[in-house]
Design a protein around this ligand. Structure first.
Ligand code: PMP
Length: 388
């Protein structure tokens, strides 16, 4: 046994003795997860933890598991996987060349922009991000710090050339057509680009399967582009035919109507001409009123949808902070309401996996302003949140 002060230096009274040899042996013997040295910040993308959300699991008798996607280490959301895969794919196709002056243009409510901006920096591209002006300012501030060009455009219907997605597409085309500009313009196009859902098919889905040892009863996720739900469903469903894939849909979103047998109920919505009022919800990142290629990629695999309103999402965000010390953003809160509601509907014993997309720190100026402080609150009941 080595007295601790013989290691730490003379003069300090030992409080205790530790057996370093024994500890070293135990550490070496333990079955430790060894991580290789990665190459750049891209090595911090993926392989996120999965954990039991204790309060919701105890209250419902189900295993409600959260995939900590906010721990993706480039831009802090599942969009790291997507941004990295879109860039890698375009490089493989010869559409982008690192350090050549190429600029990546994207229309995004923020998370994809942040992931693109970080990975652009790491790989020698410029990022030009178009986003609606009603999104939380934390996201545009962060983009500016990363040196991205940020276009905040007024919310507009998808047929409007000033819609954030159209604006990004048009700017990329203008860039490429302009011989006076360096490099090419590349429109990443997360809504239609198949590299989006494929990132989740190759990463998020297999990770969930492995982390759960193949036991998953339900997967719950919201859809912004639809890439997450499509990619995970396409990986898991063939392995787990009884798996239920459930869409968590915030108020104001029309995807809810579109999941059964591919039926599109409203031709105006199909055209994207019905204006979705951006003030319909304070939730950011999920909910949309048109079917994108990424949503289409998984639409037939979605078994059900659960609508979640803003009050429920706010109450859930407070609940998770109060009971579990989890400070989540708005889409994670929606996912957790839907997961808890599904647990109530399906009865105890189910294992339900959902996505924790980003941190509440991205939503301080908007969502969390409405959520307020949790203070010394201890009296909330889950049934009040779920309305059951
Ligand atoms: N949560 C947040 C915070 C997001 O930004 C997004 C993507 N816009 C999503 C969830 C939804 O993910 P997906 O695009 O894969 O449907």
């Amino acid at each position: 046994r080595v007295p601790i002060n013989s290691i730490a230096g003379a003069g300090l009274a030992p409080k205790d003795h530790i057996d370093l040899e024994d500890r070293t042996k135990k550490i070496n013997e333990a079955d430790r997860h060894v991580v290789e040295i990665g190459e750049g910040i891209e090595a911090c993308v993926g392989n996120t933890p999965l954990f039991r959300i204790k309060s919701l699991s105890e209250e419902t008798g189900c295993d409600i598991l959260g995939k900590a996607e906010f721990l993706n280490g480039a831009g802090g959301s599942p969009k790291d996987r997507v941004a990295f895969n879109m860039i890698k794919t375009a490089e493989e196709q010869g559409l982008l060349t690192p350090h050549s002056g190429d600029t990546i243009y994207e229309g995004t409510v923020g998370s994809t922009g942040i992931s693109l901006a970080t990975i652009c920096r790491a790989r020698g591209y410029l990022a030009h991000i178009c986003m609606p002006s009603d999104q939380a300012t934390e996201k545009s501030d962060l983009l500016l710090k990363l040196g991205a060009v940020v276009d905040r455009v007024p919310p507009a219907p998808i047929i409007d050339p000033m819609h954030f997605v159209n604006r990004a597409r048009n700017l990329a085309a203008d860039h490429t057509a302009d011989p006076t500009r360096a490099g090419r313009g590349y429109f990443a196009d997360q809504f239609e680009n198949q590299a989006n859902w494929q990132a989740h098919f190759e990463g998020t889905g297999p990770e969930i399967y492995q982390q759960c040892g193949g036991k998953v009863d339900a997967f719950v996720a919201g859809a912004g582009t639809g890439g997450t739900i499509a990619g995970v469903a396409r990986f898991l469903k063939p392995k787990l035919p009884n798996l239920r894939v459930v869409l968590a849909d915030p108020q104001g979103s029309g995807l809810f109507n579109r999941i059964k047998n591919g039926v599109m109920f409203d031709p105006l919505e199909r055209e994207g001409t019905r204006r979705r009022s951006q003030v319909d919800t304070i939730v950011e990142g999920i909910g949309i009123n048109r079917v994108t290629a990424n949503f289409e990629a998984g639409r037939e695999l979605i078994d059900d949808a659960i609508k979640v309103n803003d009050e429920e999402a706010l109450a859930m965000a407070r609940w998770l902070a109060e009971k579990d010390g989890m400070f989540v953003g708005s889409s994670s809160a929606v996912n957790c309401v839907a997961a808890a509601r599904l647990a109530r509907l399906s009865g105890p014993g189910q294992r339900i996996v959902t996505i924790l997309c980003d941190s509440g720190t991205r939503h301080l100026s908007k969502f969390w302003t409405h959520a307020g402080d949790i203070g010394g609150r201890t009296d909330t009941k889950l049934s009040h949140i779920l309305g059951d």
